[in-house]
Design a protein around this ligand. Structure first.
Ligand SMILES: [Cu+2]
Ligand SMILES: [Zn+2]
Length: 170
């Protein structure tokens, strides 16, 4: 009985120690969907109530704009990316742009390709609920621009690249 009590207390201590370690960085490799050749690497860091999203996506039409979101599921298995589900929206808000506090958690706005067809990502979004919500979900890039107002997804068209968000050390 005494031993059981010790093991119980010990496991509680270990459990507390593990959950106390904050995980504040994420990485996602975007893979092309269907016939696209779009590829990318995206990093996310939690910085005092915001998410800072950086990275690069290549294989885009020069000068083009593309809706970019965190979707509910980290499942990019469907050829058209629909297995990733809709925009991740734990608070039940309407679709909006990345600057809005009232938006889908996953509304990251648009990526713009440069003249070489490469989008350089540098987005800061308010994130009152932390990055831990993003792990294991799916990042999706769309063929068209996100108008940042039309529900449920900003009218940004088919999905052209998808990646799962993982815990990162760097
Ligand atoms: Cu999307
Ligand atoms: Zn949305």
């Amino acid at each position: 009985m005494k031993l059981a009590a010790i093991i119980c207390c010990l496991s509680m201590f270990v459990g507390t120690a593990i959950s106390a370690a904050p995980i504040a960085r994420a990485l996602s490799i975007l893979h092309p969907l269907g016939d696209n050749t779009v590829m990318g690497i995206v990093k996310m860091v939690e910085e005092g109530g915001s998410l800072h999203i950086t990275g690069e996506v290549s294989g885009l039409v020069p000068g083009s704009l593309h809706g970019f979101h965190l979707h509910e599921f980290g499942d990019c298995s469907a050829p058209d990316g629909t297995s990733a589900g809709g925009h991740y929206n734990p608070e039940g808000h309407f679709h909006a742009g990345p600057k809005s506090r009232i938006r889908h958690f996953g509304d990251f706005g648009n990526l713009k390709a440069d003249k070489l067809g490469v989008a350089h990502i540098d987005i800061v979004v308010p994130a009152s609920r932390g990055l831990s919500l993003a792990y294991g979900r799916g990042l999706v890039l769309h063929a068209g621009p996100d108008d940042e107002k039309t529900n449920p997804s900003g009218n940004s068209g088919p999905r052209i690249a998808c990646g799962v968000v993982g815990i990162s050390k760097l």
